[in-house]
Design a protein around this ligand. Structure first.
Ligand code: NAD
Ligand code: UDX
Length: 458
């Protein structure tokens, strides 16, 4: 019978690998947790006072565990040799080339990791898929890991991560569920139980779901597709509200009161962003097409299409409200991150909107408490964009404000002072419906929310 020590390794120190492993180390001082990455700068940042990921509560978790039982390193081969339980949390972006370009998951980082594990293992290991992957990836992993006949055996588990950015630590502390997929063989079940034991350190048994490997892999894609579908549904209805004087807030409340529907995740917006939703739905769509399920693929693809439509609709509404020309007008984007409480800007709707406004020859001023460094990278080829950390200075002399991210700080700004410093007529486009629209209107703004009647002075 294979014996495993519970020294834990994670390959990939990104938004998922870093916080997830830091949290296991924090909760389980009796385990030694190592996180490795090919990216030296990232590992150096994890070892510094300025972590590479901004997450409320993460600093404390890392400070408590780092150096005690949490280690960040670039010595991947050594770490593979020394650990028997290996999470793999490398990136699985959408392919940008060849077959499946723009749709399928790019598994090159994943496969490289599998080969590295194979080449540096001299005893049996449990390999855990933490990355989000197409269903049946574990089969490919098994085939690679069984390609050497050196007597070393591997059990592959699927353990997708459901944390959301901005609330990662709270989600890890109190997950709705932990999902573990395994083979239904003696060694598969033994490996599964090793992982169950790790989570039992803080997660109640009834929240740890065990399934077969393929259900687990597929459930992750489906959970993200369902969540994104809710946002596309409410955003689609927001367009109809704007035509009919219905109010999307009231509609969402009325619909969400039905306990079968539920009231969460129904905030109309400029569209969903983040590194997961679009990528994972496209991954699902590609899988369906691969299996010849064209209708199913088309169904899910519409979720992404409505999201594109919502972003463009926001720009067209701005153009229309501001007398059909934005050329030379200064527009302040309040927020740039794809959601509040993160500096992450991957797939942020603000990227698309800033580019479209620049195309219309507007001068775009961007402010965000955490995301300006990423915004500068995202827009480095776009001319006519400036960056300002102070929202009051950013708004000065602007014709319009547009809320891109629902940062709490934007609710508490003094909009009278801001209004006084702006060019008139002054506009607010609230892409997150977080501001007090009536108050803004009284101050003098022309206010254009999402899915609600506009409050204009003309
Ligand atoms: P990320 O890009 O932030 O991190 C991935 C890390 O893996 C990078 O630092 C990269 O350098 C490293 N890496 C790549 N190849 C490597 C190799 N061969 N050896 C060592 N390190 C390597 O990505 P992320 O946001 O942490 O996402 C990781 C996975 O988790 C993805 O599959 C994603 O879909 C999934 N996921 C992400 C989230 C999220 O909120 N970001 C949530 C749930 C699931
Ligand atoms: C998502 C999933 O929630 C998480 O379970 C998974 O592990 C990774 O993908 P994340 O992308 O980090 O997490 O954030 P999430 O809170 O889901 O928000 C995604 C996007 O949807 C953001 O741009 C957010 O602003 C937007 N959103 C969310 C809305 O527009 N309206 C809503 O009601 C909720």
């Amino acid at each position: 019978m294979t014996m495993y020590n519970t020294n834990i390794l994670c390959i990939g120190a990104g938004y998922v690998g870093g916080p997830t492993m830091a949290f296991i180390a924090y909760k389980c001082p009796h385990y030694r947790v190592t996180v490795v990455d090919v990216n030296r700068e990232r590992i150096a940042a994890w070892n510094s006072d300025s972590l590479p990921v901004y997450e409320p509560g993460l600093d404390k978790v890392v400070r408590t565990a780092r150096g005690r039982n949490l280690f960040f390193s670039t010595e991947i081969e050594k770490a593979i040799q020394e650990n028997d339980v290996i999470f793999v949390s490398v990136n699985t972006p959408t392919k940008t080339f060849g077959v499946g370009e723009g749709m399928a998951a790019d598994l090159q980082y994943w496969e490289r990791t599998a080969r590295q594990i194979l080449n540096h293992s001299s005893n049996s290991k449990i390999v855990i898929e933490k990355s989000t992957l197409p269903v049946k990836t574990a089969l490919a992993m098994e085939r690679i890991l069984k390609s050497n006949n050196n007597g070393v055996s591997f059990d592959i588990l699927s353990n997708p991560e459901f944390l959301a950015e901005g609330t990662a630590i709270a989600d890890l502390e109190n997950p709705d569920r932990v999902l573990i997929g395994s083979r239904d063989t003696e060694s598969g079940i033994r490996a599964r139980d090793v992982l169950v034991e790790i989570y039992l350190n803080w997660v109640p048994r009834e929240r740890i779901l065990t399934t077969n490997t393929w259900s687990s892999e597929l459930s992750k894609l489906v959970a993200n597709a369902f969540l994104a579908q809710r946002i596309s549904s409410i955003n689609a209805v927001s367009a109809l509200c704007e035509k009919t004087d219905a109010d999307i807030g009231e509609v969402a409340r009325a619909v969400g009161f039905d306990s079968r529907i539920g009231n969460r995740f129904l905030n109309a917006s400029i569209g969903f962003g983040g590194s997961c939703f679009k990528k994972d739905i496209l991954n699902l769509v590609y899988l369906c097409r691969t299996y010849g399920l064209e209708e199913v693929a088309d169904y899910w693809e519409r979720v992404v299409r409505i999201n594109e439509y919502q972003k463009e609709r926001f720009v067209l509404n701005m153009l229309n409200a501001m007398f059909n020309t934005l050329a030379g007008k200064r527009i302040c984007l309040l927020g740039f991150a794809f959601k509040a409480d993160t500096g992450d800007t991957r797939e942020a709707p603000a990227i698309y909107i800033a580019k479209r406004l620049a195309e219309e020859k507007a001068e775009v001023v961007i402010t965000d408490p955490k995301a300006l460094p990423n915004a500068m990278l995202d827009l480095n080829k776009v001319t006519g964009v400036t960056y300002e950390i102070d929202p009051y200075k950013a708004a000065e002399g602007c014709d319009a404000l547009a809320i891109m991210t629902e940062w709490g700080l934007y609710k508490g700004l003094d909009y009278r002072t801001i209004y006084d410093s702006m060019t008139k007529p002054a506009f607010v486009f609230d892409g997150r419906n977080i501001l007090d629209h009536q108050h803004l209107h009284e101050v003098g703004f022309n206010v254009f929310p999402i899915g609600k009647p506009a409050l204009a002075h003309f």
